[in-house]
Design a binder for this molecule. Structure first.
Ligand code: LLP
Length: 404
């Protein structure tokens, strides 16, 4: 996405031309960017040659999943619904891993019947449930156990998953117990140790700590895991100030880890594949004078993009036409929803804006549409995919009549 003669463009298209065709708000993705991210990801970890399972929760649009498939990624799913979508997109079962703390019986049955690569179990109860189902079906089921490495991912608290107080995985003691238990089972084939410490991680240090914890537990368990699933969590540059995870260091640390562990690495990246591939195009409905600032009231809201309200996350907001006029007042960008948390950001020294101007909210590809809701009976936005100078509608705008 770049400005050409002060007008914002995505691939070969003017944002202006998109607005003429579709009513805002619009989730607009770039195919070139998706491909570039996948290429880069594979390159960063070339020496490791991992199995890359895209985390479907980040964006589960079927059209997006089809592109992910075309680029040879597998899938990491966390529900029967996500599994069904991944399969529908054509992703091979042998490239799908299933994570999550609360898999229900029917979901486990479905995963077993589809012969997916791995079910990553997160508790003793779940292991027992998988064993029960596998016994009924007389199958030998491939399973991983998720370790809670008690590692602080140093990211937002709400999206941290690897500390002992979090609900995810099992602690070291339980992990060793489960390895013993599963070794004796005729129905569970223990193949994987999995771990995922959190999301939007920008430093390689927590990952190094995680690897140390994994190394330690492997030695203690005296078991050769065919797969080590290191989860996802690689952060992206929301601030547009080049804050970036040092993939080279992370990769080198894994290479070192693999010198003493003969396993295949699995990754489950979501945000790093899809996060910066989309923008949310929005119109200013009104500008309202407030105390010490002006409210820029947009036609998009927290129901379309939940991250700012939910985590205090920041997304850059930029105008589709650049001018040199500056506003004297600060702007607070808000949506029309009846909640004070329906606010995106407050910015000083912004370019002067007018009612009916268009703006874009950046980097909304991950956990944007997948977290969207119909709060306030608001229809979900249209999603489109830009391919060079062409547009594919990925999902139509919901009609209010569908919400009755
Ligand atoms: N694997 C597991 C087991 C996960 O729980 C997650 C994300 C991922 C992989 C993918 O993580 P990623 O590479 O996308 O960071 N809604 C929040 C993020 C929640 C992440 C949940 N788990 C947000 O908008 O920041």
């Amino acid at each position: 996405m770049i400005y050409k003669k002060n007008k914002l463009t995505i691939e070969k298209l003017d944002i202006d031309s998109i607005i003429k065709k579709y009513k805002t708000p619009i989730y607009c993705y770039s195919l070139a960017k998706i491909k570039e991210n996948i290429r880069n990801f594979k390159n960063y970890f070339k020496k490791i040659n991992p199995i890359v399972c895209y985390a479907v929760k980040a964006n589960s649009n079927l059209g997006i999943l089809r592109e992910i498939k075309k680029n040879n990624l597998g899938a990491d799913v966390v529900s029967g619904g996500e599994l069904m979508k991944a399969l529908k997109a054509g992703i091979k079962p042998k490239k799908i891993v299933f994570s999550g703390v609360g898999k229900e019986t029917e979901e486990i049955e479905y995963a077993i019947d589809k012969n997916i690569l791995l079910i990553n179990a997160e508790s003793k109860s779940e292991i027992l449930e998988i064993e029960k189902i596998a016994r009924r079906r007389k199958k030998y089921v491939n399973v991983g156990i998720r370790l809670n490495p008690n590692t602080d991912a140093k990211t937002l608290n709400q999206i941290s998953t690897g500390k002992k107080e979090n609900k995810f995985g099992v602690d070291q003691k339980m992990f060793l117990q489960l390895v013993k238990l599963v070794r004796k089972s005729k129905f569970i084939n223990l193949k994987c140790l999995s771990v995922h410490i959190g999301s939007q991680i920008l430093s390689d240090k927590p990952y190094q700590k995680m690897l140390n914890a994994v190394n330690k537990i492997i030695k203690k368990s005296n078991y050769n895991f065919e797969f080590i699933d290191l989860g996802g969590g690689m952060g992206i540059d929301y601030e547009h100030n080049n804050s970036k995870l040092n993939f080279k260091n992370y990769s080198q640390n894994i290479e070192r880890f693999l010198k003493t562990n003969n396993s295949k690495i699995i990754f489950e990246p979501g945000r790093s594949i899809i996060g910066n591939t989309a923008i949310l195009i929005t119109k200013i409905i009104y500008i309202k004078k407030g105390y010490n600032k002006d409210f820029i009231i947009l036609d998009t809201a927290m129901n379309d993009l939940m991250r700012p309200a939910l985590y205090g996350a920041k997304h850059k907001i930029i105008p589709i036409k650049k001018t040199n006029k500056k506003s004297k007042k600060s702007y607070e960008f808000v949506g029309p929803i009846c909640e004070s948390t329906d606010t995106f950001s407050t910015v000083k020294n912004y370019q002067k804006l007018n009612e009916k101007d268009y703006l874009i909210i950046c980097d909304v590809g991950a956990y944007g549409m997948s977290l969207a809701s119909n709060y306030n009976v608001r229809p979900k936005p249209i999603e489109i995919l830009v391919k060079n100078s062409k547009i594919q509608v990925l999902r139509k705008r919901e009609k209010i009549s569908e919400l009755m």
